[in-house]
Design a binder for this molecule. Structure first.
Ligand code: CMP
Length: 140
């Protein structure tokens, strides 16, 4: 299995509850290595740009407002089959559907305040990583 990268966000509901370390521990225990990480306050423009694919969805405005409601931690994760590995440990988007042992089952408050984001494909991982990081900031 190839070592690949994915992009992760620890969302405002998790940073607010001081869960950055707890979430990162679960990512690491799932076999992912944090090769870049920064805590930022997203601007409205950044959140709208990042989630542009969802701009026609009814929840877009609330999603943007939530993502700028507090700091987030953006991360690049590396590991074997990183996109799938990360999505497996994140659990289902809606915490009501998330399996035991997943981050969202453990920590998510709602479908919106669901603690983490993770890329859904290798192609989107590259786009999302480039949205927040220069290659020089990624140190394996
Ligand atoms: P994320 O993986 O960050 O990508 C888009 C986000 O939209 C998703 O996680 C959810 O947190 C958020 N969202 C808010 N409301 C909904 C909804 N009704 N259906 C799907 N996603 C939603």
């Amino acid at each position: 299995m190839a070592v690949t990268r994915t992009f992760s966000i620890i969302k405002p509901d998790a940073t607010r509850r001081n869960l950055t370390g707890a979430v990162t521990k679960m990512l690491e225990e799932a076999g992912l290595r944090v090769v870049a990480s920064k805590r930022i306050q997203m601007t409205k423009e950044q959140a709208e740009g990042f989630y542009a694919v969802h701009k026609e969805r009814p929840f877009f405005g609330e999603l943007v407002d939530f993502m700028i409601s507090g700091p987030v931690v953006v991360q690049v994760l590396e590991g074997e089959d990183a996109v799938k590995r990360n999505r497996d440990v994140m659990g289902a988007t809606n915490p009501a559907d998330a399996a035991e042992g997943t981050i969202r089952k453990a920590f998510a408050e709602s479908i919106e305040a669901n603690s983490v984001h993770g890329s859904d494909s290798d192609e989107n991982a590259k786009i999302e990583i480039a949205f927040f990081f220069d290659e020089s900031e990624i140190v394996g």
